[in-house]
Structures are given as structure tokens and as C-alpha cells.
Design a protein around this ligand. Structure first.
Ligand SMILES: Nc1ncnc2c1ncn2[C@@H]1O[C@H](COP(=O)(O)OP(=O)(O)OP(=O)(O)O)[C@@H](O)[C@H]1O
Length: 239
């Protein structure tokens, strides 16, 4: 899949959010979109997913079906979890059984719950399920770790691996530095309207350290300032 000179602005007179972006991802590739808040990561993901159309330029060889998980799943819809996912599945010719993903994402207890009554994290899981049921060949995840519980967070790298192993492409945005969990990912760094493509990220090692609880935040800040990815800060000792 290739973005060829893609530019985007909201509205005809809006400021350009992205200008002349040319990047690509091979079949089976994973891309991680990095950048500060508000630089245009979500806009880039929506262009790739086909939710937005470029103001200029083109996206070529976009595989399908596309699974799109927005930053916030819009839960204000009059369906139960099972009813919504079943309706979504009907829109696609080839799908996994709805219950496969309901079970895998830990949604079984919420099958009959209305979307509007779900917590944010549980609604995010429904967002993931609707994107995965059509067996996407392009999976676009906007901040997928946000709001998910520990068990579901562990599932994200597994799902990415499954989609790419089947030759699909995955694009993920990440402002929390969880990238280390996606070995082999290509980086797209967004800044000042441009996107810089990085090489395949080096293999990462994970070092677990224990510090006095009162120093946890300061230590994490120091590590980030030194350019490291802080994956998690746990205040309950599990050592
Ligand atoms: N629907 C919209 N209409 C007008 N401007 C928008 C719209 N959505 C986003 N923008 C603007 O486009 C720019 C990029 O926003 P975008 O949401 O893509 O950034 P982001 O990097 O994903 O930010 P965050 O990390 O906070 O989600 C921002 O200046 C934002 O205000």
C-alpha cells in the first residue's frame, strides 16, 4: 500500500494538516504512527482506512476488507453488543463467527448489554471486535491500548501478529510508547505536516526495574527524557 503525495485539510479553507505525504507499507507489514498530540496522527489513520479522502494525492493498493478502530468507539447506538456485531458481520461476505471475538475479547458477560451502558474500555473492545470480524487485510488501530484492561492489552500484539502473518497490513498509532511490543514495525513519524518513514525498528529488550513508589513517576519521566519507551508503571509490587 502506498500513499502518493497525500495532502489533507479539513474544509476548503482549513490549514493543511498533512502535506505531500509519500510513505508505504508492504504486505504483512506493521506501521506505527508516532508524533505529538494534535500533529495529525488520527487524520493520517483515517486517510489510510478510507474514512477520509485525501484533499490531494492518492492512496494506492489499499488492501481490503479494512478494519478500522477509532480512538473512541461511538457507543451511542441502540444495539446490544451481540446485535451490533451481528449487524456489522452481515455487511461482509466472509466473517469470523461473532461469538469467536465476543469470547476472545472477554465480552461474553456483555452480549445482551446495550452499547450505551458499557464502560469506555468495554466499548473499545466492541470497537476492536467489529474491526476483526470481517478478517481485515488492512487493520487500522487508533491508540488501541487506550482504555483497555490488562488482558485485552496483551491481546493487541497477538492480533497484529495474526493479521500480518496472513499477509495483511496493520497500522497503529501510539503516543504511550508501547511500540516495543510490536517487533519489526516500521515507524511513520508525523511532525509539521510531514511524515518521515523509519526503518524497521530494532529488536527491543525489556528491563524490569523496581524503585521506591514515591519515585516511580520521576524515574519514568527521566527514562522517557533519555529516549527510552516506558511500557508500564505498576505501583503494586509483583516482584
Ligand atoms: N473534524 C475536524 N475538523 C477540523 N479540524 C480537525 C478535525 N479533526 C482534527 N482536526 C485538526 O487537525 C489537526 C490534527 O488532528 P488529529 O486528531 O489528526 O491529531 P492527532 O495527532 O491524532 O492528535 P491526538 O494525539 O490528540 O489524537 C489538529 O489541529 C486538529 O485540531
Amino acid at each position: 500500500m502506498r500513499l502518493d503525495g497525500v495532502s489533507y485539510r479539513y474544509g476548503r479553507r482549513g490549514a493543511w494538516v498533512l502535506r505531500d505525504v509519500s510513505v508505504d507499507l508492504p504486505p504483512g507489514g506493521t506501521g506505527v504512527v508516532l508524533g505529538r498530540n494534535g500533529v495529525g496522527k488520527s487524520t493520517l489513520l483515517q486517510l489510510v482506512a478510507g474514512v477520509l479522502r485525501p484533499s490531494a494525492g492518492e492512496i494506492r493498493e489499499r488492501p481490503g476488507p479494512v478494519g478500522w478502530v477509532p480512538e473512541r468507539f461511538p457507543a451511542d447506538q441502540p444495539f446490544t453488543v451481540h446485535g451490533y456485531l451481528t449487524a456489522m458481520a452481515r455487511l461482509h461476505p466472509m466473517t469470523d463467527p461473532v461469538d469467536t471475538w465476543i469470547d476472545r475479547l472477554g465480552l461474553t458477560a456483555y452480549r445482551r448489554t446495550r452499547l450505551g451502558d458499557l464502560s469506555k474500555g468495554t466499548a473499545q473492545k466492541v470497537g476492536l471486535a467489529q474491526a476483526l470480524i470481517p478478517r481485515p487485510k488492512l487493520l487500522v488501530l487508533d491508540e488501541p491500548w487506550e482504555g483497555l484492561d490488562a488482558a485485552a492489552r496483551e491481546l493487541v500484539p497477538e492480533i497484529v501478529e495474526e493479521v500480518t502473518a496472513a499477509g495483511g497490513i496493520v497500522l497503529v498509532s501510539d503516543h504511550r510508547g508501547e511500540t516495543g511490543r510490536l517487533p519489526g514495525a516500521i515507524t511513520w513519524t508525523v511532525a509539521d505536516g510531514t511524515v518521515t518513514q523509519g526503518d524497521v525498528a530494532q529488536a527491543h529488550a525489556v528491563i524490569e526495574i523496581a524503585v521506591p513508589a514515591a519515585e516511580a513517576e520521576a524515574t519514568a519521566a527521566d527514562l522517557r527524557a533519555a529516549g527510552h519507551d516506558v511500557i508500564a508503571v505498576r505501583t503494586k509490587a509483583v516482584v
